[in-house]
Design a protein around this ligand. Structure first.
Ligand SMILES: Cc1ncc(C[n+]2csc(CCOP(=O)(O)OP(=O)(O)O)c2C)c(N)n1
Ligand SMILES: [Mg+2]
Length: 276
């Protein structure tokens, strides 16, 4: 697990390079969900040679604006070529666009319009049950995304159908595009709200700790008769104090000077993990 924790910092650097090369991206949310996406792709039953296998596990990045993290992880798992992504991200005519696109290997669903991933995953999970397949379905949502009413229809339907093959992860970084989620659309007791829809809820107190995130997924896999939500308490902009917990870094493009500070912060954090 320490190797994955270290790798998260190498991939953060990839994300930074992708964004700077493409001239934009959603760096804050990319950083908060890195350990979640990395942990998932290191446990899901899916690989580039069987990306269309009907029995594969499915992942939908419902907070599609954080596609840069998905690209970095998909490249690390052999689905994409990281140099291609870095060279072509957001360039005119490129397939590496700023939101997930299902013509690329490993990407299940076009996303970016928030609020749709969970409902599509309910369909995938229900189809798995109906077809007698034992794959698992995961989606990752932002906490700001939960302001979309369609998300709560998804929670309701998944509870109704007792979809224990479905796991919804919430990147609970406390911020959305314009400020605190509690100011814009408060969640109150989020765990209680989701539980009320018939879900099992697990909280990862540090959603940027790869062990805690994996423990939450282990628990989700053991639950029978109910879907599981993992509320991962993360830090938006995780990895550099320049960005951490700052709403203004939602999609700020780092200047050359900021790039250097962030690059050095990532290298320092990686070094610290190597000596743990
Ligand atoms: C339906 C819809 N409305 C608005 C947007 C614009 N938008 C992009 S990111 C974002 C904020 C999302 O916040 P959150 O879900 O908390 O994501 P994170 O903090 O993980 O980046 C918004 C409003 C969108 N992509 N889709
Ligand atoms: Mg958020």
């Amino acid at each position: 697990m320490n190797a994955l924790a270290v790798k998260a910092y190498d991939l953060r650097q990839d994300v930074l390079d992708i964004i700077v090369s493409g001239g934009g991206g959603h760096i804050g949310g990319d950083m908060s969900c890195m350990e979640i996406v990395l942990a998932l792709y290191n446990r899901m039953n899916v690989s580039p040679d069987r990306a269309d296998d009907p029995n594969r596990d499915r992942f939908v990045l419902s907070k599609g604006h954080c596609v840069e993290t998905l690209y970095a992880v998909l490249a690390d798992r052999g689905f994409l070529d990281i140099n291609e992504v870095k060279a072509r991200f957001s360039k005119f005519g490129s397939e590496y666009i700023g939101h997930p696109h299902n013509t690329l290997p490993g990407i299940e669903m076009n996303s970016g319009s928030l609020g749709h991933g969970l409902s599509v995953c309910v369909g995938m999970a229900l189809a798995g049950k109906m077809d007698g397949r034992d794959y698992r379905v995961y989606t990752l949502m932002g906490d700001g995304e939960l302001a979309e009413g369609s998300v709560w229809e998804g929670f309701m339907a998944a509870g109704h159908y007792r979809l224990d093959n479905l796991c919804a992860v919430i990147d609970r970084n406390g911020l959305q595009i314009s400020g605190s989620t509690e100011d814009v659309m408060a969640h109150g007791d989020l765990a209680a709200r989701i539980s009320a829809f018939g879900w099992h809820v697990v909280e990862a107190a540090d959603g940027n700790d790869i062990d805690q995130v994996n423990d939450a997924f282990d628990e989700a896999a053991r639950v029978r008769g109910r879907p599981t939500a993992v509320i991962a308490h993360t830090v938006k902009g995780k990895g550099s104090s320049l960005m951490e917990n700052k709403a203004s870094w939602h999609h700020h493009l780092p200047t050359a000077e900021e790039y250097e500070i962030i690059r050095r912060d990532f290298a320092r954090r990686k070094e610290a993990l190597l000596h743990e």
